[in-house]
Design a protein around this ligand. Structure first.
Ligand SMILES: CC(C)=CCC/C(C)=C/CC/C(C)=C/CC/C(C)=C/COP(=O)(O)OP(=O)(O)O
Ligand SMILES: O=P(O)(O)OC[C@@H](O)CO
Ligand SMILES: [Mg+2]
Length: 252
């Protein structure tokens, strides 16, 4: 079902119920077969994931991206592109995390890709979700490609300053990203520190592989939790994480 133009409202309504949400990251470059994605996506949907994020950093062709979107088409939850560059665009999606890597040393990732990508996103009638992408720690592949300046995991003040800047610039989401497959996640204490100073919708992802960790981050105030690698490596664990997050009330 097409949710074009309604994704931000859908997210706001779900967050209004004071629930923490879960988004499943599907990396087209990591999917081994159509059958595998069909099976994984059904298990994720049945477990209660709230949206699919489709994207990756390296090696994604438009045909792989659109094959994934075709398989996800019939699920009645949003399909949101998670772009590493302006090639990750397809009208088959509903929305795009229109992200600026605020702590990048390379202006291309702060405003260059966004200027180049905006007309393409408009042409593809995708709903842009304005997002401050803030990499914490080294950020894995995304941190390397995006030339992120390191925000240490325990520097809550610095992370909070970036989130405040995002809110003051009128962005709708702030994404604290530890990096896909990161050995360390964003600390729950950083999440609560950020939520104390900003009402912006907070997305947290990177290295979340256990129910306990997911619950701590959700109850510390994360509005949306993203998991990717654990879906690829252990779908049973991934569905348990989804269920645990959906039971967790994010703080007021
Ligand atoms: C808004 C538009 C059109 C583009 C934004 C471009 C920006 C700002 C990119 C930020 C830098 C970057 C490389 C982000 C990657 C985000 C992403 C898709 C991460 C998850 O990818 P994975 O493929 O799971 O990472 P691994 O390859 O390490 O598993
Ligand atoms: O793949 P994982 O480690 O779950 O991270 C999810 C997302 O934050 C990656 O950009
Ligand atoms: Mg990954």
């Amino acid at each position: 079902m097409k949710m074009k133009g309604k994704v931000k409202n859908y997210i706001d309504e779900m967050l209004h119920e004071k629930r923490s949400l879960h988004f499943s990251l599907i990396d087209p470059d990591k999917i081994r077969s159509i059958d595998e994605l069909s099976r994984l996506s059904k298990q994720l949907y049945d477990a209660g994931t709230d949206a699919f994020l489709i994207g990756g950093t390296l090696g994604i062709s438009k045909s792989e991206l659109e094959l994934c979107l075709d398989i996800l088409e019939d699920f009645e939850i949003p399909k949101i592109l998670f772009p590493s560059n302006i090639n990750i665009v397809s009208e088959k999606a509903d929305a795009v995390l229109f992200m600026s890597l605020l702590n990048s040393d390379d202006i291309y990732y702060v405003i260059g890709a966004q200027v180049m990508g905006a007309p393409i996103i408009k042409k593809n009638k995708l709903e842009p979700l304005s997002t401050a992408y803030i990499i914490i720690g080294h950020g894995g592949t995304a941190g390397h490609i995006g030339r992120a300046r390191v925000i240490p995991f325990d520097n809550f003040e610095l992370a909070s300053a970036y989130v405040m800047a995002a809110e003051f610039m009128g962005m709708d989401f702030a994404y604290l990203e530890a990096g896909s497959g990161s050995p360390e996640t964003v600390k729950p204490e950083m999440v609560s520190a950020v939520k104390k100073i900003s009402r912006i919708n907070l997305i947290v992802g990177g290295g979340i592989r256990s129910e306990e960790k997911a619950e701590k981050i959700a109850s510390a105030g994360a509005d949306i939790i993203v998991t990717g690698n654990v879906i690829e490596s252990n779908i049973e664990n991934a569905t348990k994480i989804i269920r645990r997050i959906k039971q967790t009330k994010s703080i007021e």
